[in-house]
Design a binder for this molecule. Structure first.
Ligand SMILES: Nc1ccn([C@@H]2O[C@H](COP(=O)(O)O)[C@@H](O)[C@H]2O)c(=O)n1
Length: 260
């Protein structure tokens, strides 16, 4: 237990992929679809999503091919969002009005990790201010939770003017964007890792951990399941398909935490 840490992606890993027969929103989508975005802005953001999302999940393109295109997507979306005069004070209401849902079992997972003082590092290419608000509203933003993500930069009047760097996208979730945070150095004795992700990009999230002794990689395969199964099975130790719960993760945690 003293050696364990959990490193997790957020969108479509801790949050649900599907709900009520529809796609659940990502932290970006929560903003894109909100009442504070103009109709023209919504259309442009949706066009970007329809163009770049199929590229993000395309199993036939290499990560080298995808990386510059992901930078293009995030940069263009953040520019559009920054033109919308989004108010910091509106974030809580935007999240409350959204259809976002955390995976079933999130309470048990966050509660167990908190109870046993196991650090939970959320490494997300989503929007940090939004995802923090989601976990705050779910009453699980405990002191053992740390988030690295894309944060909004508001001016003195609380209006969004840009996003802070470095930009985090699906395929640069590694040490290159953690320089200066020294998070993993502080946890150098936490050499056993449970990694939770939903993309091939999430596999590098633990690269900055100084001396990994054990790592268990659990992957949620949400979309294009048939086409991507082979690659996921090769890369992850456990692959969960069409699973909207954290039951497997909770079972493993229960086994480790209660036994030790
Ligand atoms: N403008 C955008 C950019 C990205 N997304 C999606 O958000 C996900 C965030 O990444 P995680 O590392 O937290 O999973 C990513 O998978 C993109 O599909 C978006 O919706 N809008």
């Amino acid at each position: 237990m003293n050696k364990l840490q959990v490193i997790s992606d957020f969108d479509m890993t801790l949050s649900r992929f599907g709900c009520n027969g529809r796609r659940c929103p990502t932290s970006h989508n929560i903003l894109d679809n909100s009442r504070v975005i103009s109709e023209d802005g919504k259309k442009k953001l949706k066009d970007l999503l329809h163009h770049y999302y199929p590229i993000e999940i395309d199993p036939n393109r290499t990560l080298e091919e995808k990386r510059p295109l992901m930078v293009e997507w995030w940069t263009r979306a953040h520019e559009l969002l920054s033109q919308q005069k989004i108010q910091k004070g509106d974030i809580a209401q935007i999240v409350r009005e959204s259809e976002v849902m955390l995976r079933d079992g999130f309470n048990e997972m966050f509660d167990q990790l908190h109870k046993y003082n196991v650090p939970l590092f959320i490494f997300s290419a989503g929007v940090g201010d939004i995802l923090e608000e989601i976990i705050r509203q779910a009453n699980v933003f405990y002191s053992n939770v740390n988030v690295v993500s894309n944060y909004m930069d508001f001016d003195d009047n609380g209006v969004l003017r840009r996003f802070k760097g470095p930009l985090i996208h699906t395929y640069n979730k590694n040490n290159s964007v953690l320089q200066g945070t020294e998070y993993f150095q502080q946890l150098s004795t936490r050499t056993s890792i449970i990694l939770l992700g939903d993309s091939m990009g999430d596999l590098t999230m633990a690269d900055g951990v100084p001396s990994v002794e054990n790592i268990l990689k659990i992957g949620f395969l949400n979309d294009k399941v048939e086409e991507r199964r082979g690659k996921y099975l090769d890369a992850y130790d456990i692959v969960l398909e069409s699973d909207e719960t954290l039951d497997v993760v909770n079972g493993i945690l229960r086994y480790i935490l209660i036994k030790t």
